[in-house]
Design a protein around this ligand. Sequence first.
Ligand code: SAJ
Length: 421
Amino acid sequence: MRGDIKPEVCVIGLGYIGLPTAAIIARAGCPVHGVDVTQNVVDTINRGEIHIEEVDLDGLVQAVVQRGLLKASTEVAPADVFVIAVPTPFAKDGNHTPDTSYVMAAAKNVAKVLKKGDVVILESTSPVGTTEAMRDAMAAERPDLAMPGLTDGQPDVSLAYCPERVLPGKILEELTHNDRSIGGITPRCARKALAFYKRFVKGECVTTDARSAEMTKLVENSFRDVNIAFANELSMIADKQGLDVWEVIRLANRHPRVNILTPGPGVGGHCIAVDPWFIVHGAPEEAKIIRQARETNDAKMHHVLARAKSLVEANPGAKIACLGLAFKANIDDFRESPARYVAASLAREFGERVQVVEPYAGELPKEFDGTGAELVDIDTALEESDVLITLVDHDVFKVIPPEERQGKAVYDTRGIWPDVT
Ligand code: SAJ
């Protein structure tokens, strides 16, 4: 990887982060070999199409595939730079233990094709120490190569941890413009990774060590989780004391140094509700607020369900419209969504009385099967339902004027209608 010569890049894991990253690297002119275990994903990308929804990603993937800069397969191929963006889910032990087996498997596959001078970068959100563990696994696979931190002399390869911090729905923009932490196993590793990111990142790239970069990623999402938990706790206190939490937050936020976030039906998505557990797992005695925030945000979902049920029971026979299934506003991502959990629980209990409005869904998810609940458009729901439960703050719901909601019982868990308390 020297001068103006574009490095060949192998991106392992072509999901929500890996595919946009591969496409952006290819757009910068580097030939990218994308790797995914799912044949269907590989075939889709090689046709210039995409298997996930993300703003503007379809056009970009089509363009780089057509230009021959992005090719996908199921096998890792030799390259100058390897970027690993595979999932790090929980283990199935029920204890929120991080499962880094996909990262380790990717590291071993990379090790097989590794040559002197290569750079290996881990992007997956990972517990502290994962990059070093990856290095050790690669060293075991390739004793012929001097690994960073394990040799007194110059290492043969570089290894770094460089997390993304992009917001779903704005991934392409944020991949390019956000600042990045670049954590090398050694400072030299960080410099090698930095030179690579400079090719396609316009934000500032700040170098550090691998463990600090791993922790930084976890801390960012935990910070947000703790702050959302504060808002959700306030909303439960307000419910108990008969206060309008939106009014209290609006007023408190007039203080120049107070910025309370927005209560909702709980925290969804694959990052904020997951990453804090990686910190708790690493330091269970110390991570008290972080653990409590997770528990508070999960408890909020059950609080919302209980309050919704009481409202339905107070309106016997009435049709109920659940507005939204997505995990947050204006996206079509329904995974790990508290809204989906609440709506499905109501559907199981109240069956045909439940209508679901989700402009981003073509059909209801599987757990609604056999409940009798139906997916309807917003006009049908406003015509037929007497109870409205707002679970997602989609723009299309925000613009429903008070006249169209008149006479209906409303539970607005997102605070989208200022006239509703
Ligand atoms: N939420 C609230 N109240 C709020 C803000 C959010 O209830 O005031 C809820 C949302 O409805 C949603 C969840 O929290 O269910 C998370 O939404 P989000 O928009 O805060 O974050 P994500 O999960 O879409 O993306 C996050 C981002 N992290 C931070 O903002 C610290 C993103 O920058 C990360 O890159 C991403 O996680 C990730 O991949 O880790």
